[in-house]
Design a binder for this molecule. Structure first.
Ligand code: M6R
Length: 360
């Protein structure tokens, strides 16, 4: 069942091109620049969105916020479900809650859905498992079409959640009139290209990840940095590394560095930076110069055309706008995977963790 791969996690990382294609199937009208989500037809256009989720699904939600606010202009707040459910949130008529869950059985996310509905908000379940509790208890469901995910560490599910969130932002961007038709056409055309670009890139990515993992296998702690939509990715990179390789890692917004974490930088504390060549690149670059000035070693995921001079420049292709995320995410997953495998950890069944957290 592992299809010739050593672990389910590796198989699932390699399935991501197909996952993107499956999640897009039947949901793209390219000529009209339209994302088709008929599931949402019964809902009013949200005045505000609340995204509620846990773990990797929370990171996907945080990423979605950048697109939803920029493309659709809908104020969006993203919350960890275990906080949302106990903090007496103010929900107004017109608010819509998006509950994101791969398994559809996460106890805190379900409690968030129940609370939101009790308070009169409509709930969109963004979920992978048909007939799951999240699917049953939400007002409408958008299935993420990732197929069964076996490895405890979530990989392809996040990729599918990001795809679905991109479609949601496009769809709302059309409804609110904030995103031009041309921008929507460009985005959708580039989304459709992602599977083949990623397919070609994954084997190369794995080789590079394996070399880097070996180089850094004695590090006991990592800092992951990113800005904008790559900040949630920094959080996700750190989560992947800690959950399967048991190496401590922290994800930070790169601009927060000088507000504390910079004190930790020394030659034994490496930084993994997300540095796509975009409008925030100069800012990330200057954050990395601060790390270098303190002797910190750096791995930087970046794109061709970057003039970064750091210890390990890891170039991956650039995609349209924030879609570069879809190429950076598997690199982060691969690095964590290769590290855990090199260190001899139980990749698919990490200690102390369950695939779905059905108790709080
Ligand atoms: O099934 P869910 O998406 O609701 O699960 C949420 C988290 O438990 C899950 O993403 C967890 O953080 C993974 N182990 C991360 O790899």
């Amino acid at each position: 069942q592992k299809g010739g791969y050593k672990h389910f996690m590796l198989k699932e990382i390699f399935e991501q091109p197909k996952v993107i294609a499956d999640c897009l199937a039947g949901r793209v009208d390219l000529a009209a620049g339209r994302a088709l989500l008929p599931e949402l037809a019964s809902l009013p256009t949200p005045e505000r969105l609340f995204i509620v989720a846990c773990g990797t699904s929370f990171h996907a939600g945080l990423w979605g916020m950048y697109l939803l606010e920029q493309w659709a202009g809908v104020p969006t707040r993203v919350e960890i479900a275990s906080e949302f459910r106990y903090r007496d949130p103010i929900l107004l008529p017109g608010d819509v809650v998006v509950a994101i869950s791969q398994s559809g059985e996460t106890a805190d996310t379900l409690a968030g859905i129940r609370l939101a509905r009790e308070r009169g908000a409509k709930v969109i379940g963004l979920c992978n498992v048909v007939g799951s509790s999240v699917a049953r208890e939400s007002d409408v469901v958008v299935y993420t079409q990732a197929g069964p995910e076996i490895s405890v560490a979530s990989t392809k599910a996040m990729c599918s959640q990001l795809t679905a969130l991109t479609l949601l932002a496009l769809s709302l961007g059309e409804i609110t009139g904030r995103m031009s038709r041309q921008a929507r056409v460009d985005c959708l055309a580039n989304l459709e290209k992602l599977p083949s670009v990623l397919e070609a890139e994954l084997p190369r990515m794995r080789e590079r990840a394996a070399v880097l993992a070996k180089t850094f296998s004695e590090s006991s702690s990592f800092l992951y940095l990113g800005r904008g939509p790559y900040y949630p990715l920094a959080l996700e990179g750190a989560l992947k590394l800690k959950e399967i390789s048991y190496i401590h890692a922290e994800g930070y917004a790169a601009g927060e560095m000088k507000h504390g974490p910079i004190a930790l930088i020394d030659p034994r504390f490496p930084t993994f930076a997300l540095a796509p060549v975009d409008e925030l690149f100069p800012k990330v670059k200057s954050n990395l110069e601060e790390v270098q000035a303190r002797g910190g070693k750096i791995i930087a995921l970046t794109n061709p055309g970057s003039d970064l001079r750091v210890d390990h420049v890891w170039e991956i292709p650039k995609a349209w706008g924030p879609l570069t995320t879809f190429l950076m995410l598997p690199a982060l997953q691969m690095f964590a995977y290769e590290m855990a495998d090199y260190l001899g950890k139980d990749v698919d069944q990490p200690r102390n963790l369950a695939k779905s957290v059905t108790v709080e």
